[in-house]
Design a protein. Sequence first.
Length: 235
Amino acid sequence: MKTIAVLSRKGGTGKSTVAVHMAAAAVAAGKRCALADMDPQRSALDWARMRNSPWPRVIEGRPGALFTVHRWSEREGMDLMIVDTRAAADADAAEAARMADLCLIVVRPNFFDLQAAQRTVELVVNMRRPGLFVLNQAPVRRNGSEPRVIREALETLSGFGLPVAEIGLRQRSAYQSAIRLGLGAQEVQPDSQAAFEVNSLWQRVAERLWTAPARPYQAMGRSPDADAPLELSYG
């Protein structure tokens, strides 16, 4: 069984949004997926209550019980467990990072999130686990170009020594509209830009978990309009 820890030491970054969308994408890809909700806000559990499907298996993770949840998931034959951690420097976040095959560090392109990201990186590096930044809630393009805040965020994140996912998520109402229905944006609007972002991010994550190395990023040929998916390049 593979394990993903979704991490951020700062609240409000959208960890739960990334976690539930990755879980829904995993299920669509045929994976038996468990989602451990360790966040006291229980956002993933609220999402699951609205969902008309037993998959993914969303489990309430109580403090100190993550190891037990992980062992249960293995016994149940899960292919993947995703851990939605709390936004705090607690033992459960450290345990999630320690057992993870991949740590997704969710960060928004703003000063406070980028400053807090360093502490999350320290956790991942101290646990000697692979990490991947996911840029979330990014603003739309302006006059065909990415806003300066995105370029500055990439420059800052590149200095932390961990890779940045080539696909990020923009600020889109489609994500929250889908969550209120217990769904992912890719399930509600499979041909939307949000669906493209989620499915592309899942593809990169799956490549890192089940194949190595991940294939190099290539532009997807999308038009550079304001609503275009967030495809990040480093040249």
